[in-house]
Write a protein that binds this ligand. Structure first.
Ligand code: GTP
Ligand code: SPV
Ligand code: MN
Length: 595
């Protein structure tokens, strides 16, 4: 399949270590995909869904110990501990490799070793990069086929070139004659998701779920890519990308960084409630960005599919996501209905009697246990999204006019505010915080700081990452062409209820952002930045929204922000002398404004 000596040698090395029964090079073909799916159905790992209701789609239940990313088992193994920074788990690369090699020894016995060549980004784009994942999970192969461009066509482009080597095993070898389980994985204390930033390598062991196992996603496209981006002067971000067209037919692209399970997929596929506006989706999770010859930042979506949160996705909240997963989709940890379709909380219909839960029990409403795991996901091809942007696979990327930051903040943070400058915008990104969600296991409830929504995904010292953002702004040929920066919060509450309706109604905020990028829209200076004048967010047709409620949504309360400053100081203290002086300066300005 390949003449790439580094690749051939690397595969041979890992074959020796893992001792699989056989090695299989994935070509990415339809036949190969169907064969793997059929094998998983035959073994009981998968259920084929009703061909009439959900064509070409399959259902999986994971092991209850393997349902989300495992942040406390995730490591950045830089040569120096300091380079991983205070927000990452660190381990010495040599020690980690020695320990993991022991675990990898014979770990694929009784299994097939699959070799998956994949491209993150349109094949051949100068923003794209190639990786190769070794895995002993057919589930990973069929997911990677949706999430990335995968197979022979990637090897052809790779030629003798370089790639990011990604090693994955579920860590569950089979003895001769041993019956396999439905979802093989290793116990939590044997799970390791490790990254070697200096050598751009990824080693993952013991988990088969999501970002732990589909190594192109968080491991490569964020943790390793953030390191490459710093080395090479570009950006690898946890951001959706959307195209926004106004009633006059003018189009702008914006990206938005929200922490996991805080609304990226929803915003990326939003259907505007305001007449004449259109939103089209380029990506829902990750953006890679480089400056173009014209001095603007261009973004590609390195992925080819959506690995979206299922619960509370409905024709009401996100019809484009529902239509994206109408066929050819892999569902993991949702409910299985008696007629062979899927169901989850918030799907918008009654749960059919006899539905099987993600724990493989008949649903019993009295049990208090949900049908779907809160981090249940669908894996769907991006091209199936009715709102996919015509330029989503443009190798040159799309030009970005605005960056949005946000998270779940029940108080303090207004619906939207705008940065006074790039430096102020970097400050905003650095202080992003959010209420904890179900996308990762074992986190304490409450608001956690998640700078740039990259806390679990930055492959190096977060303070140096802030410095990289500042440097990039200074390196811009024309500062006027840099994206404008905004901070949004759809989740502000009053008496326990969301003040803002969210979802499609967020188009009202996008319209305001569009106008601001055109030098229009009215903004008022406040202590934290520019906030819209109360009547500049259109509210016609918004039920229950009046001026006094809008004032609450947009309010900047000095006392709340004084409390926030104390929390920001605590947060900043973690970065020590890696905290850029520019950010201390911004914090000082905020404090002065509040005095
Ligand atoms: P990851 O895939 O984990 O990175 O998540 P994501 O950022 O793509 O989040 P997603 O769009 O899947 O949304 C997660 C949850 O937030 C879902 O339960 C949504 O229903 C909810 N949500 C999304 N947008 C809004 C909004 O505007 N308002 C409110 N109240 N909830 C929202
Ligand atoms: C996230 O947690 O931000 C996700 C899901 O997008 S996973 O791919 O599992 O990281
Ligand atoms: Mn994500």
């Amino acid at each position: 399949m390949t003449k790439n000596q580094k690749l051939i040698q690397w595969v041979n090395e890992w074959k020796e270590i893992c001792q699989p029964d056989s090695v299989y090079w994935c070509d990415g073909s339809e036949e190969e995909n169907q064969r793997l799916l059929d094998e998983m159905v035959a073994s009981g790992a998968a259920v084929k869904l009703n061909e009439k209701l959900r064509p070409g789609s399959y259902y999986f239940q994971s092991d209850p110990s393997d349902v989300a990313r495992v942040e406390d088992r995730t490591f950045i193994c830089s040569a120096k501990k300091e380079d991983a920074g205070p927000t990452n788990n660190w381990a010495d690369p040599a020690e980690m490799k020695a320990k993991m090699l022991e675990m990898y020894k014979g770990c694929m016995k009784g299994r097939t070793m699959y070799i998956i060549p994949f491209s993150m980004g349109p094949i051949g784009s100068n923003i794209a990069h190639i990786g190769v994942e070794i895995t002993d999970s057919a589930y990973v192969v069929v997911n990677m086929r949706i999430m990335t461009r995968m197979g022979k066509k990637v090897l052809d482009v790779l030629g003798e070139g370089d790639f990011v080597p990604c090693v994955h095993s579920v860590g569950a070898p089979l003895a001769p004659g041993q019956q396999d389980v439905k979802w093989p994985c290793a116990p939590i204390e044997k799970k390791y998701i490790t990254h070697f930033p200096e050598t751009h390598e990824i080693w993952s062991f013991g988990s088969g779920y999501g970002g732990n196992a589909l190594l192109g996603k968080k491991c490569f496209a964020l943790r390793i890519a953030s390191v490459m981006a710093k080395e090479q002067g570009w950006l690898a971000e946890h951001m959706l990308i959307l195209g926004l067209t106004n009633p006059r037919g003018e189009k702008k692209y914006v990206t938005a960084a929200f922490p996991s399970a805080c609304g990226k997929t929803n915003l990326a596929m939003l259907i505007p409630t305001i007449p004449g506006w259109k939103v089209e989706c380029v990506g829902d999770d990750i953006a890679w960005m480089k400056f173009g010859a014209d001095g603007r930042l261009y973004a590609i979506n390195p992925e080819a599919g959506f690995f979206g949160v299922a619960p509370f996705t409905s024709m009401e909240t996100n019809p484009n996501a529902m239509l994206s997963c109408r066929a050819n989709t892999i569902f993991t940890n949702v409910g299985l209905t008696p007629d062979g379709d899927v169901w989850w909380e918030g799907i918008g219909t009654e749960c059919p009697e006899g539905t099987i839960t993600w724990k493989n029990k008949v649903y019993d409403p009295a049990s208090g246990e949900p049908v779907a795991h809160p981090n249940a996901r669908f894996t769907a091809p991006a091209y199936q999204c009715p709102a996919i942007d015509s330029d989503w696979e443009n190798p040159a990327g799309v030009p970005i006019s605005a960056f949005l930051f946000g998270g779940r903040r029940p108080s303090t943070v207004p619906l939207i505010h705008e940065a006074r400058s790039w430096q102020h915008g970097v400050f905003m990104g650095s202080i992003v915080g959010s209420e904890v969600t179900a996308a990762a296991i074992g986190l304490k409830a409450g608001v956690r700081r998640d700078p740039f929504a990259m806390l679990p995904f930055c492959g190096y010292h977060m303070g140096d990452y802030f410095a990289h953002w500042l440097k990039l702004g200074k390196a811009a040929k024309d500062a006027a062409k840099l994206p404008k920066i905004f901070y949004v919060n759809w989740f502000r509450k009053d008496n326990g209820k969301f003040l803002w309706p969210g979802y499609g109604e967020n188009s009202r905020v996008l319209a305001y952002i569009f106008d601001r990028c055109n030098g229009q829209g009215e903004a008022v200076e406040t202590v934290i930045g520019k906030v819209p004048a109360v009547n500049s967010i259109p509210t016609e047709g918004l039920e229950g929204m009046d001026t006094s409620k809008m004032e609450k949504v947009l309010a900047v309360n000095k006392e709340e922000w004084k409390d926030e400053v104390a929390l920001i100081e605590e947060h900043y203290a973690r970065f020590g002398n890696h905290l850029p002086a520019e950010l201390s300066e911004e914090l000082a300005i905020l404090k002065k404004n509040l005095a």
